[in-house]
Write a protein that binds this ligand. Structure first.
Ligand code: GRF
Length: 217
């Protein structure tokens, strides 16, 4: 237990991915330990989840700071105070500065609700439906200064079904987010990820190749 990577989860809202990360880190042998949850919104429902797990639930509100650099200094102070080694962004709605991202290079993970590099930015489910894609999903990646870009760790795909609306599609994607994020964190925390150029190489047994084909409905 003594050798686990210390992880802070940064949230702005509901915190369902936080919940998935907490459940995974409670498993025996997990390589990651959540030591702190930071929300940039004082009313984020995810803070309750953190407190329920007995974790420090810290509010660092952007509005409480005159500029981004003092906001980020407050984040950094809290991360330092908890001996944080890795950061997981989980629905964190603030863009981090290039300087902050550089300081934490290859130690910040994010989950994005699309199969990157498709549909960067907001409103991904509506845009996927409008584009008529047959497969949609989520991506867990290492964070770079450019938003929704960076070495891809894990992706999960789901079918887009006839009759889907953004809410039904979001719910299907969220289920795979909850599987992909803990897996990605475990790989990074266990030291099984090496970054080469803009690709993340994973030191794991080669999986069988099984094509994932979305059949016509
Ligand atoms: C998720 O859909 C995630 O992909 C996106 O924000 C949402 C956060 O949901 N970045 P939750 O707060 O983890 O429930």
């Amino acid at each position: 237990m003594g050798n686990r990577r210390r992880v802070a989860v940064l949230i702005s809202g509901r915190g369902s991915n936080l919940g998935a990360l907490l459940r995974a880190s409670a498993r025996p042998g997990a390589a990651a330990e959540i030591v702190e949850v930071i929300s940039e919104r004082p009313d984020a429902p995810g803070l309750k989840r953190a407190r329920g797990a007995g974790l420090p639930a810290v509010v660092v509100a952007r509005s409480g700071h005159p500029d981004r650099s003092s906001f980020e200094q407050a984040l950094q102070d809290s991360l330092d105070a908890h001996g944080t080694e890795l950061i997981c962004l989980a629905g964190f709605m603030r863009i981090l500065s290039p300087a902050f991202v550089a300081r934490w290079r290859d130690r910040i993970l994010n989950v994005h609700p699309s199969l990157l590099p498709a549909f960067r930015g907001l409103d991904t489910h509506r845009r996927a439906l409008e584009a008529g894609v047959r497969l949609h999903g989520c991506t867990v990646h290492l964070v770079r200064a450019e938003v929704d870009a960076g070495p891809i760790l894990v992706q999960g795909a789901v079918p887009v079904l006839p009759g889907d609306d953004p809410a039904t599609l979001a719910a299907r994607v969220l289920e795979v987010e909850h599987r992909c994020y803990p897996l990605a964190l475990e790989l990074v925390a266990a030291g099984r990820v090496r970054v080469e150029g803009e690709r993340a190489l994973i030191d794991a047994p080669t999986p069988g190749t099984r094509p994932l084909i979305n059949p016509p409905a």
